[in-house]
Design a protein around this ligand. Structure first.
Ligand code: HEC
Ligand code: HEC
Length: 305
């Protein structure tokens, strides 16, 4: 009987420890969520003479930077992740329709969200990769904002509210920053919007557009398990010369894969996981620049992110 009593005490103590730990992790995630940022942003310093040029550039930027992947092609908002662990993550309606923020946000508010990951209420955006967007130059940013403003109003009142799953909150804290749930925390808010560049070399252009790949392929493009996505997702490929990039004999091969979703080994990639239809709409110059840039990087071991 004594033994049973002791087992009971030990199990009870373990359970209490677990509950206390989970509560502490939960509260840390809440604290991060509620942190507020006061950021003064300047209006974007670029004007287009030609509205059609602005809108076509804006559409291009919204596509290749992945905005349309999460916010929907009409930018009317969408559920972009729904999973028992992650919860429901909803990308905001950016139009001026019901439920949209278009009519209430100034250009500065939009810039704050895009470049700094800070919402109008001062808190971090949830899981939107703003840390990949503070490289966007003033011309692209002006076009992007013009494009957002040009969208037809969309009613998004059918969309649920974002609800971060409790397990995801715990995973986030335990990941020690690998899951970028509150991106405003990891952005250098002192960096000014980069000046527009008249012409970039293929290498510079590749480096410029490649930031959109790091969320999944990792900061050094070594691939591996993508932090924070549901378990049914495949690992991101190692797109350095230490990995699958070595399978591409030429920029044409690489462009072919990015436009058809079929790798040199014949694997058909699923757009939900590797959004090739979006990235495939990069220009030839952007895609071959990407190839040159990725080839120039140190070869990495697969999984080294
Ligand atoms: C991986 C998905 C994802 C991508 C890619 C993405 N967003 Fe978002 N975005 C979100 C989510 C989710 C929210 C809602 C965040 C929240 O509730 O805090 C959001 C919120 C916003 C907001 C509103 C922030 C606020 O003040 O409430 C703006 C503006 C925005 N996104 C613009 C963009 C633009 C422009 C792009 C492309 C350059 C983009 N987003 C790319 C997921 C994404
Ligand atoms: C939302 C996550 C995500 C983003 C963003 C993303 N990728 Fe991927 N990518 C993946 C995944 C996952 C795979 C593996 C697909 C598979 O195995 O079916 C992959 C595979 C690839 C492959 C195939 C490699 C091979 O030959 O096997 C290439 C090339 C690639 N990505 C390039 C890019 C580039 C370039 C970018 C940025 C412009 C990018 N990806 C952005 C998730 C992503």
């Amino acid at each position: 009987m004594k033994i049973l009593k002791w087992i009971g005490i030990i199990v009870g103590a373990l359970l209490i420890t677990l509950v206390v730990t989970a509560t502490v992790l939960f509260l840390i995630s809440k604290q991060h969520e509620n942190e507020t940022y006061q950021i003064d942003v300047a209006a974007v310093d670029y004007t287009f003479d030609d509205e059609a040029e602005m809108l076509s550039l804006g559409q291009h930027v919204a596509t290749i930077r992945g905005c349309v992947e999460c916010h929907g092609g009409d930018l009317g908002g969408d559920i972009f992740l729904e999973d028992p662990i992650v919860g429901v993550l909803v990308a905001t309606n950016l139009t001026s329709g019901t439920g949209g923020l278009g009519s209430t946000y100034s250009d500065e508010d939009l810039i704050r969200a895009i470049r700094h990951g800070v919402r109008k209420d001062g808190k971090s955006v949830i899981f939107m990769p703003s840390h990949e967007y503070n490289v966007i130059d003033a011309k692209d940013l002006a076009a992007l904002i013009g494009y957002i403003r040009s969208m037809d109003p969309v009613d998004s009142s059918h969309l649920p509210e974002t609800k971060i799953g409790v397990p995801f909150r715990l995973m986030y804290v335990l990941s020690g920053g690998d899951i970028h749930l509150f991106p405003a925390r990891i952005i250098d808010h002192t960096l000014p919007t980069p000046e527009p560049v008249e012409a970039r070399s293929p290498m510079e252009l590749g480096a410029y557009v490649a930031t959109t790949c790091i969320g999944c392929h990792g900061n050094n493009y070594g691939g591996g398990t993508i932090p924070g996505v549901p378990p049914n997702w495949p690992d991101a490929a190692n797109i350095t010369m230490g990995g699958t990039l070595a399978n591409y004999a030429s920029a044409e091969d690489f462009i072919h894969t990015m436009r058809t979703g079929v790798t040199p080994l014949g694997v058909e990639m699923i757009p939900e996981f590797m959004p090739w239809p979006v990235f495939g709409s990069m220009t030839d110059e952007e895609l071959s620049g990407l190839f040159v840039y990725l080839q120039s990087l140190p070869p990495r071991e697969t999984g080294s992110r």
